[in-house]
Design a protein around this ligand. Sequence first.
Ligand code: SAJ
Length: 418
Amino acid sequence: MKICVLGLGYIGLPAATLFATHGCEVVGVDINKSIVESINRGMMPFDERGLPELLERAIRSKNLVAKTEVEDADAFIIAVPTPLDKEMKMAELGYVKSAGEMIYPHLRKGNIVILESTVPPGTNEKLLIPILKKSRLEVSTDFYLAHCPERAIPGNTIYEMIHNDRIIGGVDKESTALAKSLYSCFVKGDFYLTNSTTAEFVKLMENTFRDINIALANEFAQIAEECGVNSWDAIELANKHPRVNILKPGPGVGGHCIAIDPWFLTENSTRCRVVSLAREINDSMPNHVLRIVKEMLNGVDNPTITVFGVAYKGDVDDARETPALKFIRLAENEGYEVKVYDPHVKKFKYEILGFEDAVKDSDCIVLITDHTQFKETNPKEMAYLMRNKNAVDTRNVLDVGRWKETGFNVKVLGDGRC
Ligand code: SAJ
């Protein structure tokens, strides 16, 4: 079985290496030449646990080769980005279209095309079929098409790609069956079969459900602050109910999925209410964090603050859609000097400083990301470097007692008692 995987990013590269290490001949295609070159040298373009070893095995076995052009294959998997057009709040499907355009000249009888990228409902039917038909082949008789959304969580992608249950939605029964048999080579979870548009819809529902749950947690956190209650303890207690599972509050929702996908549901609907409201609540959390910081720094002249963590979540190097960026911009507009420290992120819109430079002469640490390393930070190591000893913890990860003993004022987002 020869597979062409289009897009060698956070989903495409792990998928390509898994197919390659499970007996398939894989051509990974990316338009970015430097990514292609680094993959062929076995070098990872981003961090992901377990992937470097898998990539090395795939390259060594010669089952995986990266290229900039599509070539003839039995199956084509599209795993390209589908960014949000932020102004219009709509999916930008340009990369999916170009993938289709790159595939159709190579499409042969019996081939299958699988869209893995997250898309608005109906994209396979309305957008991809017309492009693929330029091959003069007919869908369902000559070639097959399915949507197989990825559910793996960044940070544990490889394990989840293998073990999670999988939704397979073909544009017809044969497409569904073919797609299932393809993924069976490495997926150990169960398969659930449906049609293509339902599969597209299900993927969006999953991430929207998580976004709304986090928005609820964020609203609870703000109400708890007003009521003098610790929302973190309260949520833990509420979750002891057998049918309650509230997620955690925080500085906002980032990443390339949860902060974006709900808009793919709303873009073509007049019925969305709670979905867009949840987005609004989560997007307003950096403003809430700034409010807390401002209260803390009241009376401090020309404040300098240090942002701990710009990755969108703990222990990843990915800063896409991070709430840290909005917080930094708001703080700068407030006249604050902002310094940034993140032990994982290498590329960011602001300079990432070393630990000492970031903390030196600062008036407040604002912990945005729950990196494990931050939980273990010894406040004594920074107390003597800072101008004023203040800390705002938006993730409830610091050992507040220890920080207070060291002379810090500490405020935890969602804790109305401190
Ligand atoms: N977050 C909170 N509170 C929480 C959980 C998360 O504020 O209780 C924040 C995180 O800090 C982060 C954002 O939400 O900024 C998203 O992080 P995440 O860990 O919830 O999710 P992602 O974006 O890394 O991965 C999600 C997953 N979707 C679901 O769990 C429904 C993953 O399974 C999907 O495969 C992935 O989106 C995707 O690619 O769509």
